[in-house]
Design a protein around this ligand. Structure first.
Ligand code: CA
Length: 310
């Protein structure tokens, strides 16, 4: 073998050894407080709370985080879900002996986590909202019969409704709407969200698409979201998300939530090339191969929390 080639290889190996610790170093995700995951609407009740966050809890645990995937009512009001989550947070605190938790909520899980931090800030180190319905969803408005702004034709509204029906059946294992779906839809509507925000304003931006306070009552607030409804030709749910995205009349959205509605506290990014389900690495890891993997985004965030002493 050519000597200079061997030298180059040796130099490369040495360089790799002395470079700063790589992102997969032990302890990379080792946050001070446990990470508690709060699922969204329906919570994929056909697959359970752990698989909802496809591959995410395991990836976070691998480098030191303690992770708990909670389960609350599949479809219910934010307040009912929030009280259920609070009960589980108290149990996790008792089991771990830690004083607080880091809450990460997806979709309706965002407002659900915010509720807990609002009523018991002493138990919460941080709230992170991923694709959170913080200012409502035009898709929920449509479900309640409130037509979106602008001049969507009836044909388009029918398409959106059909897309939504497909998604609801997919997320709920084909069982359709549960009896509390109306309460859920009201909470996720624009009017319902604004009413909730008036009672629980922590971290909510004061302008229509700005950032919110980074810290309120000792709780740190973060958010990120996607802005590409169709991302993977192999994912059977993408065509339905492309249909529901029509409800937003061209505004940046992930198929179910507008980017601006997802804002909470410090906005890490609101334009990942991800749709609403990619944000939790669904369906079973079928995401945009040209975008940062969602699991990596969660790992980076756990490292962010760790570096902030959370
Ligand atoms: Ca996907």
């Amino acid at each position: 073998m050519n000597k200079s080639f061997v030298k180059k290889i040796c130099a490369l190996l040495i360089t790799l050894t002395v470079l700063p610790a790589p992102s997969w170093a032990a302890g990379y995700t080792e946050t001070k407080y446990p990470i508690v995951l709060a699922h969204g609407l329906f919570g994929f009740d056909n697959i359970g709370p752990v698989e909802y966050w496809y591959g995410i809890p395991a990836a976070l645990r691998a480098d030191g985080a303690r992770v708990y995937a909670t389960q609350v009512s599949a479809a219910n009001s934010t307040e009912v879900r929030g009280e259920q989550l609070l009960t589980q947070v108290k149990q996790i605190i008792a089991v771990t002996g830690k004083a607080k938790v880091n809450l990460i909520g997806h979709s309706h899980g965002g407002p659900t986590a915010r509720y807990v931090a609002s009523v018991r800030p002493d138990l919460v180190a941080s709230v992170t909202s991923v694709g959170g319905v913080n200012r409502g969803s035009k898709v929920a408005d449509l479900l309640l019969g409130i037509a979106p702004d602008g001049s969507l034709s009836n044909a388009v509204i029918v398409s959106i409704t059909n897309g939504l029906a497909t998604i609801i059946n997919f997320l709920s294992g084909g069982k359709g709407l549960t009896q509390d779906s109306l309460a859920a839809a009201k909470s996720l509507s624009t009017a319902g969200s604004l009413k909730f925000n008036a009672a629980h304003p922590e971290g909510i931006p004061t302008s229509s698409c700005g950032e919110g306070a980074y810290q309120v009552n000792g709780v740190s607030y973060f958010s990120w979201s996607g802005a590409q409804p169709y991302t993977n030709i192999l994912d059977i749910i993408d065509p339905a998300l492309a249909l529901t995205s029509l409800a937003f009349g061209g505004a940046k959205n992930d198929g179910l939530v507008a980017s601006c509605s997802a804002h909470l506290g410090k906005v890490i990014r609101d334009d990942y090339a991800m749709n609403h389900l990619d944000e939790v690495n669904q369906t079973v890891g079928l995401v945009n191969i040209f975008e940062t993997n969602p699991v990596t985004v969660y790992r980076q965030h756990a490292n962010r929390l760790k570096n902030q002493g959370l």
